[in-house]
Write a protein that binds this ligand. Structure first.
Ligand SMILES: Nc1nc2c(ncn2[C@@H]2O[C@H](COP(=O)(O)OP(=O)(O)OP(=O)(O)O)[C@@H](O)[C@H]2O)c(=O)[nH]1
Ligand SMILES: [Mg+2]
Length: 349
């Protein structure tokens, strides 16, 4: 298909025209998810810019590199039947936050509303309150947005695989991956990692931004290709009999089970960390006791040695005194004998 044909195909898509009719669906929600600051809002800007073919605006409020600027679930309608949703990004791929990610991805939290990082009961309650606000007629289509510049560490691969697999189980669709910042790192390597994780379709972009939005044919065609690919995948999915309200219930069950499992894991983690803390305290106490006993033993030994040394000295003093006394006696005796001799000698005269 050339650009005009792709545009025409996208514009004319409607669930009513699908082989089995709409089956209760009336629009595709292209749900963007991913880590903070990876270009989700910029990708929305890129899509709107291409689709409207107008002056560039920062419609989705793309901001700094650190991310965290999108805090609400905001919908951007491209056609009556096709809407992009900018979801709140996650700081890490860890379980707790993924609970919120799945609640957004499953379309179980209201649109146009701030998304709080809740977990456990708080998140469940929000989902229950949202029940009347979310529409079962939305066909949820997951698109994972990742920046080539940020790369993927070895540790992140396992978490990413788990996240993508859960997103697939939740939505029934293999997520499409959109790579942004395509010239800011190794595109081939990043694509390879996602392919190894089982991702079938990957699109890569250098997003249009406020600083650089010079239109190029390549970018325009890639966006249109992306939109057509989403629609074709949806058409393929709705060739099977579908029940949107049952599917919504299944998604809700999935997320509730996920939250519950995260809670249990968290509790186990707390118990284990308390156990480890207790053990280390006990070890510390034991070591302290041993140290004190060692000190006591050393003190006793020092005292014994001191006692022995004192005793030896006293003996030595005694010996010295005896010797001095003996010497004194011998000297006196000698004196006496001398005197006696002298007297005898004088008596002769
Ligand atoms: N050069 C270039 N810059 C990009 C690209 N994609 C995003 N950016 C820039 O990266 C920064 C973050 O992009 P955002 O679109 O706000 O990212 P986000 O995923 O929406 O982030 P949060 O909603 O804040 O989590 C912005 O300054 C964008 O201008 C890209 O493909 N190329
Ligand atoms: Mg954003």
């Amino acid at each position: 298909m050339d650009s005009d044909e792709m545009r025409h195909f996208t514009k004319n898509f409607s669930f009513d025209k699908c082989k089995k009719g709409n089956q209760g669906f009336n629009r595709i929600l292209i749900q963007l998810f991913g880590l903070l600051g990876n270009g989700k809002s910029s990708f929305i800007n890129t899509c709107i810019y291409v689709w409207k073919d107008c002056e560039f605006e920062n419609w989705a409020k793309a901001r700094g590199e650190d991310g965290g600027s999108t805090t609400d679930r905001i919908p951007y309608e491209l056609t009556e039947n096709l809407t992009l949703v900018d979801n709140r990004g996650c700081r890490t791929l860890e379980d707790k936050e993924s609970g919120v990610i799945f609640a957004q991805l499953g379309n179980l939290l209201p649109i146009d509303t701030r998304v709080e990082w809740g977990e456990g009961f708080g998140l469940t309650e929000k989902m229950v309150r949202a029940e009347k606000l979310v529409k079962t007629s939305d066909f949820v289509f997951p698109v994972f947005v990742h920046s080539v510049r940020k790369g993927i560490t070895k540790e992140e691969r396992g978490e990413l695989e788990a996240l993508l697999n859960s997103a697939m189980t939740l939505t029934g669709v293999v997520p499409i991956v959109v790579l942004t910042h395509k010239t800011a790192g190794s595109l081939t390597e990043t694509e390879g990692i996602f392919r190894d994780l089982g991702v079938e379709r990957i699109f890569s972009f250098e997003n249009y931004t406020s600083e650089d939005h010079m239109k190029t044919r390549g970018k325009h065609e890639e966006v249109l290709k992306f939109l057509c690919e989403v629609i074709k995948d949806v058409q393929f999915r709705v060739e099977q009999p579908r029940d949107p309200s049952e599917e919504m219930k299944t998604r809700r069950k999935f997320v509730l089970k996920y939250i519950h499992e995260c809670d249990i894991k968290e509790q186990q983690r707390k118990v284990e960390s308390k156990k480890a803390l207790d053990q280390s305290l006990q070890e510390k106490r034991h070591k302290q006791q041993e140290e004190e006993m060692k000190k006591q033993r050393q003190k006793e030994q020092r005292e014994q040695e001191e006692e022995f040394r004192r005793h030896q000295q006293e003996l030595q003093w005694e010996r010295d005194r005896d010797r001095a006394r003996q010497e004194e006696e011998m000297r006196a005796q000698k004196e006496r004998q001398e005197k006696k001799k002298k007297k005898k000698f004088l008596g002769l005269f």
